[in-house]
Design a protein around this ligand. Structure first.
Ligand SMILES: O=C(O)C1=C[C@@H](OP(=O)(O)O)[C@@H](O)[C@H](O)C1
Ligand SMILES: C=C(OP(=O)(O)O)C(=O)O
Length: 426
């Protein structure tokens, strides 16, 4: 297996222009395909998750042109739901932002599609979404285990109406039904069962739908009302914000071993909740400066903090390895759904943090990290989880090297992460 050893780094400094947000890239591609008009997207993310969405759109007959660098894309919208005469099979890798929204959009389209993915995708639950769509009389079958992909979808016109959806495991299920609801014949009223997780991702969905001309009434994240028979209209140009989750590794690196690092492409007005990772770093002691199009972090003494990270589950992983450099313990709370992402992230994080010498308490939905006096060299297993690989690069900001197994797993969201990270070292 390929490994990458990062030698100890004494200082991190510089500026990074962030690749486009994964969450926004895949939403905009889908909305642009369903909209009337042409959407000219710039700063599109070029990574595996986005390739899966693009391949799905190709299979469905959507016309688009992609620039050579794959960060500019011009999408010709079809002004409504998909319509494809032949049965299709689509491989969606491990991209939640492709699998979940496409499941809802295809269930309401004139298509016959089998959705497949990587082995881990077959362990990531989708039952809450399928149960919800069944209340609208969708025809979706499990081809493997009940409640998990692969799925067979015989799409047909759905008329919307009342729906109850469980929001306690993933917000992506709600995102999926919100995006399709305006295109149905009838009005929809969606009630959330349980406490909705990862709420800021719903804000991203609603903000993007708004830019495509459709508004949703949000009753305190407990009920959503959407009129049917609407049309998405392309806003014309779309500049994708930088990826705030990807920014977290650089901002944490600055907090630990700056100097200062400035990330550009996101700023104080960004729509992604993960920009608030910078608030957590500030609460730990780092200095943070916010601009319209940048966030800059400067090193300071770091202290462990105890927080609820339900709103920012992806960036919260970066707090777990930043904790190795803080005084006192750090507690990351209310992240049960780490267990159903690229790997069981609570278990993986606990195992790998212990390898570098940390004392770790792994709870049902939290992790407590107490740093060691000195870090130990270790070979870090990454579980085909891009964020495990990126988080553990921070261990090199010590007097100890770190070896990252299968570093190429960052291709899911950030193929050139390690080269950008190394450029800031010195
Ligand atoms: O909607 C999105 O773009 C995402 C929502 C989050 O998932 P959950 O809602 O499952 O927590 C996040 O972890 C994922 O990386 C992207
Ligand atoms: C959970 C993640 O991905 P997905 O969009 O596949 O859910 C992630 O990127 O951390």
């Amino acid at each position: 297996m390929k490994t990458l050893t990062l030698n100890p780094i004494s200082k991190m400094n510089g500026e990074v222009h962030l690749p486009g947000s994964k969450s926004i890239s895949n939403r905009v591609l889908l909305l642009a395909a369903l909209a009337e008009g042409t959407t000219h997207i710039t700063n599109l993310l070029d990574s595996d998750d986005i390739k899966h969405m693009l391949n799905a759109l190709t299979a469905l007959g959507i016309s688009y042109t992609l620039s050579v660098c794959r960060t500019k894309c011009q999408v010709q919208g079809i002004g409504g739901l998909f319509n494809h005469p032949h049965a299709l099979t689509m491989f969606l890798g491990n991209a939640g932002t492709a699998m979940r929204p496409l499941t809802a959009a295809l269930a309401a389209s004139n298509v016959d599609v089998t959705l497949t993915g990587e082995p881990r995708m077959y362990e990531r639950p989708i039952g809450h979404l399928v149960d919800a769509l069944n209340q609208w009389q969708a025809d979706i079958r499990y081809l493997g285990n009940a409640d998990f992909p692969p799925l067979q979808i015989k799409g047909k016109a759905l008329s919307g109406g009342k729906m109850q959806i469980d929001g306690s495991i993933s917000s992506q299920f709600l995102t999926a039904v919100l995006m399709v609801a305006p295109l149905l014949d009838g009005d929809s009223e969606i009630d959330i069962i349980g406490e909705l997780v990862s709420k800021p991702y719903i804000d991203i969905t609603l903000a993007l739908m708004q830019r495509f001309g459709v508004s949703v009434q949000n009753h305190d994240y407990k009920r959503f009302s959407i009129r049917g028979k609407q049309v998405y209209r392309s806003p014309g140009q779309w500049l994708v914000e930088g990826d705030a989750s990807s920014a977290s590794y650089f901002l944490a690196a600055a907090a630990i071993k700056g100097g200062s690092i400035k990330v550009t492409g996101i700023g104080k007005h960004a729509v992604q909740g993960d920009i608030h990772f910078a608030d957590a770093l500030e609460a730990m002691g780092a200095k943070v400066e916010w601009g319209d199009d940048y966030i800059m972090v400067t090193r300071n003494e770091l202290n462990g903090i105890d927080r609820d990270y339900n709103a920012i589950p992806d960036a919260a992983m970066t707090i777990a390895t930043t904790a190795l450099f803080a005084k006192g313990p750090t507690v990351i709370r209310n992240v049960y759904n780490w267990r159903v992402k690229e790997t069981d992230r609570l278990a993986a994080m606990a195992t790998e943090l212990r390898k570098v010498g940390a004392e770790v308490e792994e709870g049902h939905d939290y992790i407590k990290v107490t740093p060691p006096a000195t870090l130990k060299h270790a070979s870090i297993a990454t579980y085909n989880d891009h964020r495990m690989a990126m988080c553990f690069s921070l261990v090199a900001l010590s007097d100890t090297a770190v070896t990252i197994e299968d570093p190429d797993c960052t291709a899911k969201t950030f193929p050139n992460y390690f080269s950008l990270f190394s450029q800031l070292a010195g």
